[in-house]
Design a protein. Structure first.
Length: 296
């Protein structure tokens, strides 16, 4: 009965969104996007699209999303939003991070990306424009992928902090106590494989078109670069996502090394109490601000 009720609720929600969508004005970018998509299908093989398309989406998205955080360090006004103001970025650290990223992207991730075509063929995932799901379906699927990846990340990330294995793998990522956006994928190759595996679970569950694979890549990069940015910028649209952890939550993990293990949401840390030190830290900050106001 409970399962039937859940299905009915989801169906009702889907019909409601579809009804609302019918009243929205036509997207002026849809036809150019359709033309570009069909051009891609007509001029490239599925292997080329899956492999080089996925690589381009990842690399372009990653470094474009890193640009705002990189630029912030040169804008004095933005420094008030930097979380650890006593630990500014240095060129030496950023250059070291960039070199490690290039190695990980092209010698660890690229071989995995080369398997994308075989993955889509095995699961019979379509590429055709006519099979592409509506925008709200893709959004819902990306959210579902985030929920699954977050669970995987919490438990495996917490395991990587175990004292017997921490220094061999995860210590590399914690080399930077004050994180910056580009450092999001700065990690030991084994960590890239272990935590990165969570990315694909949601794809196996939800993927009904190759466009979801690319949309989920962009969403995941947007989230991980944001939480590693080192800046808690107001009016961040990601803060509208329910239970979103954000930069301040994950920045504390790098500063404290213990707790706040989840990647995107706060619920696993709340359930297992691994956010207790973060909560205590926030309370201490509030008291200090009140004392400063009274003195002023």
């Amino acid at each position: 009965m409970a399962m039937n009720d859940s299905v009915n609720i989801l169906n009702s929600a889907y019909l409601a969104v579809e009804y609302i969508d019918s009243f929205l004005p036509e997207n002026p970018l849809q036809q150019p996007f359709k033309n570009a998509w069909n051009y891609m299908l007509d001029n490239y093989t599925k292997f080329q699209i899956a492999t080089w398309g996925s690589l381009i989406v990842h690399e372009v998205s990653y470094f474009l999303l890193c640009v705002p955080g990189f630029v912030f360090q040169f804008i004095p006004y933005m420094q008030k939003y930097k979380i650890q103001q006593d630990k500014p970025e240095t060129w030496e650290k950023q250059w070291k991070c960039f070199k490690t990223l290039l190695f990980n992207h092209f010698f660890i991730q690229l071989p995995l990306i080369c398997g994308t075509y075989y993955f889509t063929e095995y699961f019979n995932i379509p590429y055709e424009w006519e099979e592409m799901p509506r925008w709200y379906v893709v959004v819902a699927q990306c959210f579902g992928c985030a929920v699954i990846e977050d669970a995987w990340h919490y438990f495996l990330h917490r395991l990587l902090h175990h004292k017997r294995i921490y220094k061999y793998i995860h210590k590399v990522h914690h080399e930077f106590v004050s994180p910056f956006g580009m450092q999001a994928e700065y990690a030991h190759p084994l960590e890239t494989l272990i935590l990165g595996a969570g990315f694909f679970i949601g794809i196996v569950v939800f993927c009904n078109h190759v466009v979801l694979l690319w949309a989920w890549v962009i969403c995941r990069l947007m989230e991980t670069i944001d939480v590693h940015s080192g800046y808690d910028v107001p009016l961040n649209p990601l803060h509208l996502v329910p239970f979103y952890a954000g930069a301040r939550f994950h920045d504390f993990h790098h500063m404290n090394f213990i707790g706040n293990y989840a990647s995107t949401f706060t619920w696993w840390d709340r359930i297992f109490g691994t956010d207790s030190q973060f909560i205590a830290y926030k309370e201490k900050e509030k008291k200090q601000k009140l004392i400063m106001k009274k003195k002023a």
